[in-house]
Design a protein around this ligand. Structure first.
Ligand SMILES: [Zn+2]
Length: 292
């Protein structure tokens, strides 16, 4: 039996995602780590999440101004949405991997290049990345504790996970896709390598993903394996369906793949089309020129 999480606080943030077929209820996690005097926040939820995050901080007897560092696992709207307000309210440093910096600091550019439906409602504005963090870097927390930065690309080029020492808690961001939910990643091969890398960590006590509940010990490894198998299953479905329907328009292919995978029709959104394009054999990637 694993020891309960200590001085790490998951904050579950509900939000609705607009899809062409109507709003879908989702949630994302942010995480607070309490250190001697200060707090480190991992991810900032969607716009407005600061209220829920600050309430949690008060519940544990601290003040929001105690946040000294906000680490963004990547630049997507449900991770950076509240960052600007939190930075303004607390004056904290904001850290991210260099590959995510542009989309965090220029959210209009992100919206143009990756048009998540309802983007402007999810993101409270751009924020400046004041600390660039790289693979292998250790962020000291005092009292012998540290966060190790693991560059785990695939979902996005600069996606990171964080490993809390000595507790061996893994914060995986969106690195591990959740089986039977919409597959969203830019690069399937990188995604598999990144999941493999997390699976190779010994003695993980907790896995804390952004889009899933916390998982303890053995359960954590099972979840990683299932995420890996899901990526392989999605890849196979895309390969099979693109062969069965050669030359098909990308959004239509998305609908067929979504059905093949047993997902609800509203899963056929532009983000999934982006995943599917990334999975197509080289010769078919001219789809990129077609707007879906
Ligand atoms: Zn994401």
């Amino acid at each position: 039996m694993t020891a309960p999480l200590s001085r790490v606080y998951p904050i579950k943030i509900p939000f609705s995602l607009l899809t062409p077929l109507g709003p879908v209820q989702r949630f994302v996690f942010s995480f607070l780590i309490a250190t001697g005097k200060s707090l480190v926040l991992i991810d900032a939820g969607v716009s407005g999440s600061e209220e829920r995050i600050f309430r949690k901080i008060q519940e544990i007897g601290r003040k929001p101004e105690a946040i000294r560092l906000l680490i963004l696992t990547h630049s997507h709207p449900d991770h950076i949405g509240g960052a600007r307000s939190i930075q303004e309210a607390t004056g904290c440093m904001v850290a991210a991997h260099p590959f995510e910096q542009r989309w965090i600091e220029d959210t209009q550019c992100q919206e143009r290049e990756r048009p998540v439906p309802g983007f402007s409602g999810l993101v409270g504005g751009p924020v400046t990345v004041t600390r660039l963090i790289h693979d292998g870097e250790l962020i000291g927390l005092g009292e012998g504790r540290a966060l190790e930065v693991l560059h785990t690309p695939g979902h996005s080029a600069g996606s990171i996970s964080l490993l809390l020492h000595p507790e061996m808690v893994v914060f995986s961001g969106d690195t591990i896709p959740v089986p039977d939910t919409v597959p969203i990643y830019d690069d399937p091969k990188e995604t598999l390598l990144s999941i493999q890398r997390l699976m190779n960590i010994d003695q993980v006590s907790y896995l804390l993903p952004s889009w899933d509940e916390p998982h303890e010990g053995k359960e954590a490894y099972r979840v990683m394996q299932e995420g890996y198998a899901w990526v392989e299953r999605v890849s196979k479905a895309v390969r099979d369906m693109s062969e069965a329907y050669p030359g098909i328009e990308p959004l239509r292919l998305t609908q067929i793949v979504v059905k093949e995978l047993g997902l609800p029709p509203d899963a056929a959104n532009p983000m999934v089309t982006r995943t599917i394009i990334g999975l197509l054999p080289e010769g078919l990637k001219d789809f990129r020129k077609i707007r879906s």
